[in-house]
Design a protein. Structure first.
Length: 178
């Protein structure tokens, strides 16, 4: 009996052997460290590398030069929101081609039906509510990663105008901690 491996089978095997590369994006340093620590404690067997970005702009720069398997993206960030960052990941020709189809998971306190619809419209593949519960995080990430990286596995993407800036009172509020 002869077996033929497809490129996808080879890629999947390499990913399992090497582990996944995750980019975490959050403007709050404490949130970055907590989320990174939770991932290392509860998913160490499948993680190869975790990169931290403190803004949507920094995330886009990293995605232009480094390949990742997953992006965890805070929604409420100044300058470039998580929604706008996700849109840019999906459409920017400067982003590495493999990163334009990367699974994106929102990390947010906004978990109403309207927000969930916005996440999908921006090209996100899932969301995790703050405060992050390790078992929910692991379940969501495994589910999103198992859908693959093909364009067909992406959430439907509907281009929308840029998000309006946060009202001054929201921008000055104390950042939430995971």
């Amino acid at each position: 009996m002869t077996t033929t491996s497809t490129k996808q089978d080879i890629d999947d095997n390499q990913q399992q052997q090497q582990g996944i590369r995750i980019l975490i994006v959050d403007d709050n340093s404490v949130n970055l460290q907590v989320l990174s620590r939770v991932l290392r404690m509860h998913m160490a067997s499948i993680i190869q590398h975790i990169e931290l970005a403190k803004s949507g702009i920094q995330a886009l720069e990293l995605l232009c030069h480094h390949a990742y398997d997953l992006v965890l993206l805070d929604i409420d960030m100044p300058v470039l929101s998580g929604l706008d960052t996700a849109r840019q990941i999906r459409i920017s020709s400067d982003i590495l081609a493999e990163n334009r189809v990367i699974p994106i998971v929102a990390v947010t306190t906004n978990d109403t039906a309207d927000w969930k619809r916005l996440f999908v419209e921006c090209g996100m593949n899932g969301f995790i509510s703050k405060p992050v519960v390790p078992t929910s995080l692991k379940k969501t990430l495994i589910q999103v990663l198992n859908t693959g990286h093909s364009p067909e596995s992406l959430a439907p993407f509907v281009p929308l105008p840029p998000s309006p800036p946060l009202p001054p009172s929201s921008a000055q509020a104390t950042p939430s901690v995971l």
